[in-house]
Design a protein around this ligand. Sequence first.
Ligand code: GDP
Length: 631
Amino acid sequence: MARHRNFRNLDYSEEYGYDDVYGKSLEEEVAVSPSTAAEFIYQRNSREIPSLKTFLDRRADPEAPPTTTLSSPLATTSSTATPRLDVVGPPPGFPPMARGQVPIRITAEGSQRSGDIEVITKRVASSSLKPKRGFVTAGRSLDDGLIHSGTPSPSRSPYASPARSPSPTHATPTQRPALTPQRSKSKFNRVDVLTEYKEREKTSKGQINLVVIGHVDAGKSTLMGHMLYLLGNVSKKAMHKYEQESQKVGKGSFAYAWVLDETGEERHRGITMDVGQYMFETPSRLVNLLDAPGHKDFIPNMITGAAQADVAVLVVNATVGEFEAGFEAGGQTREHALLVRSLGVRQLTVAVNKMDTVDWSQTRFNDVEQKLKLFLKQAGFKESDVNYVPCSGLTGDNLMTTPSLPELTSWYSGPTLLQRIDQFRSPPRPVDKPFRCCIADIFKGQGSGFNVSGRLESGHVQVGQSVLIQPANEVATIKALSVSEGQSSWAAAGDQVILTLIGLDSAKVSIGSVLCSQDQPIRAVTRLEARVIVFNIDIPITIGFPVVLHYQSLNEPAVVTKLLSLLNKNTGELLRKKPRCLTKNSSAIIRLDVSRPICLELYQDCKELGRFMIRAGGNTIAAGVVTKIIQ
Ligand code: GDP
């Protein structure tokens, strides 16, 4: 009864921020996100798409009219009811504090005027996503002319190439060439980090971590690859090389995608598998771009990328029939949108892509927008935080420059995609909370110690500081530190960092371990209670249900050991104690036993480390927040 009363007295909108999470109107019975259908089958090679050269040539002369006209019949689409969708993804509740510019090492750069925006691109090392095994930086080095010319740093890091996310598994350190942050001059000289942080905020641009999501084949890699090319991040010479090479293997239309799809397998299969990472700069923002895989087989990698994101660009394919395939059951549009919202992303730009295939039809654009609007509202996105941009990743129209196409300008005069990205607000950073940094990668450097990378979720840290590593319960000292590849003596919440640790055996650390302050350590947990929102599942969740818990860069087998209560997902009110099972679209408090200790926080203490996803049978079946740590 006490539990009953407690639930009734809880202010859920206060507790979980559900006020903007829960949809208000649609019926629960309608199917929701995560796909349960058979694997999507790809027919990319059969597509008739004009030669990329057409567009490259056009780029050389921006005034030149399109040399190829793409046409596609515009058919009306069925207006099926948008399903009910609730997620656990409240806004960060930390005090507002914008994040400032972080020093980054420039390995290649260029600038280009884009409408009213002057953009500077900087290709930097990844600090938290590791290059894929076998990813050869030298193959794309400055020497072979593939990277747009810039002044190569003498100590250029292998991370200076687009980096890749780690497979979310435990891993032992691997030898990696020369990535050792230099020892800070101010080593062991304590600095007042909060004061430094405030100074940095005043003088620098805010960094945002942007994840690009969407159904496979929506054109994510092409869109972002083309944008990076227009930004000057990829040289024309390199682009021609991609075009030639992709044509040679019969995949000419993928040339822009090859900017981001780095590996042979990705290029062979024509899909993104890992999370590619780039950094570029707009007038108001430093943008850390994460290109997530769309294929359902790589959702865990997508979660790893999305867990580090502040904002998202959702790419949808405007082509008739294709949007519907991505949006309906079996497609990843819904699942991705749901996942990023569940992982805390609030601001979203929808790139309505491939508009060239529907002759830039306003009717089609409105149709896509209407369908998504309802769905995204139910997914917990505020209407004011979502906007829609018509564009074509292949032709490059409306990516960076104000479009000149009469078919588009006759009805659209809004911002370009890049302008929308520039307008994203920096999310608040919990710098005054206890220090927490979840390890996304581990690697050896040149000197003593070893390097770990990840994002500072909360608090701050500085060189010379001793930190605790959980769940190993080991202490290490920070010998050196770099923020977004630039040497620094301190770092604060939101920063992508590489830390060189000494005084600790690297074998005791694994991906998913958490670095924390010694006086306010994070707990290692094997049993917890969580409030979950169940997605569109086929098989009800019962006691004993084996699942995989996805949390930061970690995925651990777990078992549902108790179904404690079924809740009204709109109000959080207790509906039933000890339900026999959980069906789709329900909300509940459950107990989970994890196979190995993992470091979690109560959601009310740290939102970033207090939420997780649950998957089973290759599908994401629920999102959860930690309400109680038992042991
Ligand atoms: P991803 O799986 O979402 O990363 O999609 P890709 O970027 O790999 O693109 C898939 C296919 O769609 C490729 O053949 C691209 O050339 C094509 N494509 C991408 N964007 C556009 C576009 O704006 N218009 C047209 N016509 N084709 C596009």
